[in-house]
Design a protein around this ligand. Structure first.
Ligand code: HEC
Length: 137
């Protein structure tokens, strides 16, 4: 559009274009309650993990809370663990563990589980395991 704002305002002054000029002059209203942007995965493994496991293994998810209670707060968040073994992850996913239900091949294929387990077992390698919390007396 090449019509300039002053021209529109001039036309509006004449009469019938007043509502249009007002609409053009107003800034767009802010979106009410914009959804938070989802975290951007940095690798294929993280993407599949977020897709299939985020529901329970995000911060404050039931998986995270249960693990934090059982193994200490530093071990709650699966994606931050440096000590997970791929075989263990696969066994837990297929068999379930306490309140984690088993997840079948329709929900998560063998290839997807391979990708997730490999990512969980390797992407934090080299990081020191979280220090054990001080013993409670
Ligand atoms: C419906 C919720 C739910 C979903 C979905 C879920 N989990 Fe879990 N997960 C849990 C809970 C709850 C625990 C804690 C069980 C316990 O320790 O009693 C857990 C524990 C685990 C553990 C054990 C960690 C440890 O140190 O012992 C692994 C590994 C794990 N989940 C992997 C996964 C993966 C991989 C996925 C996605 C394919 C996944 N989970 C999806 C709820 C879930």
């Amino acid at each position: 559009m090449t019509i300039r704002l002053p021209l529109l305002i001039a036309l509006a002054a004449i009469g019938s274009l007043a509502p249009l000029a007002a609409a053009v002059a107003q800034p767009a209203p802010a979106t009410p309650n914009p959804a938070p942007a989802p975290p951007k995965p940095r690798s294929a493994g993280e993407a599949v993990f977020l897709d299939k496991c985020r529901y329970c293994h995000v911060e404050m998810g039931p998986g995270t809370l249960t693990l934090a209670k059982r193994l200490g707060p530093e071990n709650g968040l699966l994606a931050a663990r440096p000590d997970l073994d791929a075989g263990y992850v696969k066994a837990v996913v297929r068999n379930g563990l306490n309140t984690m239900p088993p997840i079948n091949r329709v929900e998560v294929s063998d290839a997807e589980l391979d990708t997730i387990a490999t990512w969980l077992a390797t992407h934090n390698k080299g990081r020191k395991p979280a220090a054990k919390p001080a013993k409670k007396r």
